[in-house]
Ligand binder design. Sequence first.
Ligand code: HEC
Length: 129
Amino acid sequence: MSSIAAVFMIFAACASQKQTAVRHEFPEAMIAPVKAQYLVHWEKGKVIYGITCAKCHNIKVGRKEIIPDFTEAQLAGYNLRQGNARHEDALSESVVSAEDLALIYVFLTYKNKTGIPVKHSEDDSNSTH
Ligand code: HEC
């Protein structure tokens, strides 16, 4: 086997390992046609989250990459939080539309809980606030 093929196989193995299984969890009370509709949004939101948010928000635990649990309050305050410095550049309207954000919202609200909270940048430093 050529070394290039070997490198590719290692890369492929890492890439597949990185993929953490994320499932949707809809409320029991949600009726089937609504669930079906939400599932379409959820799948789209999952992809857009992966492209626009994962690089900053996914948390590496060992070799796995985990999507943290965004609380309802965090998601509700989210539009306002676009004012935060890290988001302003990363999430301008040209990067992610309001429609995309709505899909991401559905994805994050109805994904299975991982038990890992959203990490704050300040958690790494000694800064007090
Ligand atoms: C460039 C990196 C970056 C990208 C891209 C990014 N975020 Fe953030 N986000 C941050 C940082 C850093 C914070 C924490 C700010 C803080 O500590 O107050 C944050 C905070 C948040 C919060 C608020 C958490 C809280 O405590 O209230 C939410 C919700 C959020 N991000 C969602 C998203 C979503 C959804 C996307 C994709 C559309 C996204 N972020 C993309 C860096 C990023």
